[in-house]
Structures are given as C-alpha cells and as structure tokens.
Write a protein that binds this ligand. Structure first.
Ligand code: SF4
Length: 272
C-alpha cells in the first residue's frame, strides 16, 4: 500500500480497500488472503468485509502525482494488490471514489488495473457511469490475469472489448501452458457479455504487454521454463512487450538474477 513496492513492473501499489473472494486456480495461494487471515486475523471470501483503507493511504496517490509532475515524469501505480476492483462485492461508494482519484491524478500517473474478473468491467462501468462521459478507462492500463490456457480463453476476449491506454496480461502464477494462437471462445462465469462478441476472437496483437511469472511461497506450484519461453516467443512474433518477473519459489528465491539469461527480459509497453 505504500510508497515503495516490491513488484518490479510498477512504481507504487495502491489498495482502495482490502478483501476479495477466490475466483479461479490462480487464487489458490493468494498472497493477500494469507496476509489478511494470518497477519491481520480477519476473514476472507464471500460475504466478508471489503474494508476501505485509511484516509492517509488515499492521500498517497495525490502525493505521488505531485512529485511526478514536479520532475516531469509519469509513475505507474498498481491497483489493487489486496483486492480485485471488479469484485462482485466491491464497496460501490469506495469504488466510485477510486474513479475520482484516478481522474484527478491520471495526468501524472499510469494506473494499472489488474483483475481476474474482466467480464465485470463493462457492467461496473455502466453501474458507475464511466461510459457516459464522466470517465473512461482509456486513461488506464487494463490487465487481466491468465494463469493457464482456460483462463486465457475466458478472459482475453473480455479485456479486448474495453478501450484502455494499455491492455496487458499477467500470466502469474503461470500454472500451465498458454497458447495464444490457439484460443477458443469460452464464456467465463459471466459469459453473457462475450456472447455479444463471438466474432471478436482474441488477437495477441491487440494486447500491448505480457507479464510472466512463477508462483512464490511455500506452496508454490511448478512453472515449467518451457511455458515461459513459449510465451516469450509468441510475444516476440506478435511484437508484444514481454516482462519476465520471476521463476518462482520452486527454482529458489524469487529474484531477478535467478532468471536464466534467455528469460531475463523486462520490456515495457509504449504508454499511450
Ligand atoms: S482475485 Fe486476486 S485478491 Fe482476489 S482471491 Fe484471487 S488472487 Fe486473491
């Protein structure tokens, strides 16, 4: 939640609230759930509180934006690491405050919105009035997690339906191979939206950035290096920026220097 983030592909992390519910296999060892249940002693999952973070925390992006403007740079802000802003149980008023905060700071900050529920983006935009001229996600980087081929088939078509400054995939934790050339339409848990767009087949060229990483922690599942290499090669062929974050705990401490030389690639998209 603070100034410094340990996530190599961003400059800051911001959590508008804390709390979520597991939605797919990628959530099995959710870091946020472990943090909240073991260190904070709070509950996690359906029906549990999505607790708004402190007023002081909400002032942080304003301060980051001010600093960025002063030196003429743009900072990246990952939102949210301890929640999913398109969660069915998201606190609506807090989410609307988030859009306001993004609108007030997006001249200096690239907001990176990452979700495992991309099928919820358009309904949320309608609910919050974001597609009615108030605010559009064209100011934001919009990403979805695709931990395996099934979630790639479910979620990539959804993310391609929304305009954004940058569209990205987070293939982390990568727990199975993903062949982006061989995706088939597969409605997710809320597939009605995709049903209107069956012809909008995923094209990797419409994705600007792919982040790849193995799982961390004591229960980490294996990521075969060939899965990462295959994604790297698919991105290279399609001209898509590729960022290899980590191999994961099964290969030792999750530091960048543990990456094999041929996977030590940290490209960023050209921001709009
Ligand atoms: S969507 Fe993200 S924050 Fe929510 S349970 Fe899954 S991994 Fe955790």
């Amino acid at each position: 939640m603070g100034e410094v983030t340990g996530i190599a592909w961003t400059d800051h992390t911001f959590n508008p609230w804390i709390g979520c519910t597991r939605v797919s296999e990628g959530c099995r060892n959710c870091y946020a759930e472990q943090l909240v249940t073991t260190r904070m002693g709070r509950k996690w999952g359906p029906g549990t509180e999505r607790r708004r973070t402190s007023a002081a925390n909400w002032k942080e992006p304003i301060r980051w934006a001010k600093k960025a403007r002063a030196v003429g740079r743009r900072d990246k802000v990952f939102c949210a690491s301890l929640a999913d802003i398109f969660d069915f149980e998201a606190p609506i008023e807090t989410r609307r405050d988030l859009w306001k905060l993004i609108g007030d700071t997006c001249d200096a900050l690239d907001w990176q919105l990452l979700t495992k529920r991309p099928m919820r983006i358009t309904p949320v935009m309608c609910e919050d009035g974001l597609n009615l001229g108030f605010f559009e996600l064209t100011h934001c980087w919009l990403g979805t997690t695709t931990e395996n081929h099934q979630t790639a088939e479910e979620r990539i078509p959804e993310i391609l339906q929304v305009d954004a400054a940058v569209r990205f995939l987070s293939c982390e934790p990568l727990i199975g191979p993903i062949n982006l050339d061989n995706l088939k339409y597969r409605p997710g848990m809320d597939g009605w939206l995709s049903a209107f767009n069956e012809n909008a087949w995923p094209e990797l060229g419409k994705i600007d950035w792919v982040i790849c990483g193995g799982e961390s922690g004591a229960q980490a599942r294996i990521m075969k290096p060939e899965w990462a290499r295959n994604l790297r090669d698919q991105c290279a062929s399609a001209g898509v920026a590729f960022f290899m974050k980590q191999m994961g705990s099964v290969f030792g401490p999750s530091k960048g220097h543990d990456l094999p030389d041929d996977l030590n690639i940290k490209q960023f998209p050209v921001s709009a």
